[in-house]
Design a protein around this ligand. Structure first.
Ligand code: ADP
Ligand code: MG
Length: 256
């Protein structure tokens, strides 16, 4: 039954997503096409007349091609982020060592973090969690990259990204990703996990990261929370079920 529920969850979130995708892709597609159309028309006219382009015409064609390229990059990023939704590799659940996952995410995100912040690890003594290792990797990599991108480049000494793990109780573990970045205004907090909500410029953000994170955490029976203060920073907390605990009920003897 649980497997079925998970599949349904995934379909629901994919459905919501598909609605947005057509719309989101439509903008850059029109943008790319109209710019290419302009460039081609401009070139055709002069080529057919056997004339070279004037400097002004060259500048216009150049600008149109630059904008087409930008639109193309945006489409590529959308497709790249979407892929992680449909990736169907190994979806099995098992006990996962969160610290190993966080370590590999930290090294993958190193180049993003390096010029902006110190990476601080505060690992507690926690049991393994029940989940899918590659999905957890995707989740924390997204959160780490967001944390890094929230910190302006240059002040790496005074800023930090902190990875903390702790036990909540016997059944739950909490993993926090905390940054000293720009923070999130209250009016944006509700829209954060919606597909395509982004405040980042074209080419940098697609607004898919956190909706993917939300989908991943929910599918694993966990929970994700955010708290933030503008100008101070942001903390994302992920609550995950403990692996050993969650297999126990079956083994427990029934006492009448
Ligand atoms: P993207 O990173 O592509 O914009 P996300 O879904 O990962 O999409 O994030 C959505 C938006 O949430 C970001 O554009 C940003 O405005 C905000 N955000 C996410 N994480 C942070 C953070 N750690 N600090 C400040 N803002 C954040
Ligand atoms: Mg992101």
């Amino acid at each position: 039954v649980q497997e079925k529920l998970r599949a349904t969850d995934r379909m629901v979130s994919l459905g919501t997503l598909a609605a947005g995708v057509a719309h989101e892709l439509n903008n850059p597609i029109s943008y790319v096409l109209s710019n290419l159309r302009f460039a081609v028309d401009e070139l055709s006219e002069e080529t057919e007349a056997g004339r070279p382009l004037s400097l002004d015409q060259l500048k216009e064609v150049h600008q149109a091609l630059r904008e087409a390229l930008e639109g193309g990059e945006r489409m590529r990023n959308i497709v790249r982020d979407l892929r992680s939704f449909s990736r169907r590799e190994d979806e099995r659940f098992g006990p996962v060592d969160i610290h190993a996952v966080l370590d590999s995410c930290a090294s993958l995100a190193r180049s993003e973090i390096r010029h902006r912040a110190q990476l601080v690890k505060e690992y507690g003594e926690i049991p393994r969690v029940l989940g899918n290792e590659s999905r957890l990797g995707q989740l924390f990599l997204n959160l780490l990259v967001n944390a890094a991108q929230a910190i302006p480049e240059g002040d790496a000494k005074t800023n930090h990204v902190r990875l903390t793990t702790a036990s909540v109780d016997e059944a739950w573990v909490v993993i926090s990703v905390q940054d000293t970045g720009v923070g999130i205004p209250p009016e944006n907090l509700q829209r954060l996990f919606k597909p395509f909500f982004t405040t980042k410029p074209v080419g940098v953000g697609t607004g898919l990261g956190l909706s993917i994170c939300h989908g991943i955490v929910t599918a694993m029976g966990g929970r994700i929370e955010v708290s933030s203060e503008v100008g101070k920073g942001t903390t994302f907390r992920v609550f995950m079920p403990v692996a050993e605990k969650s297999v126990q009920p079956a083994a427990e003897p029934k006492s009448a």
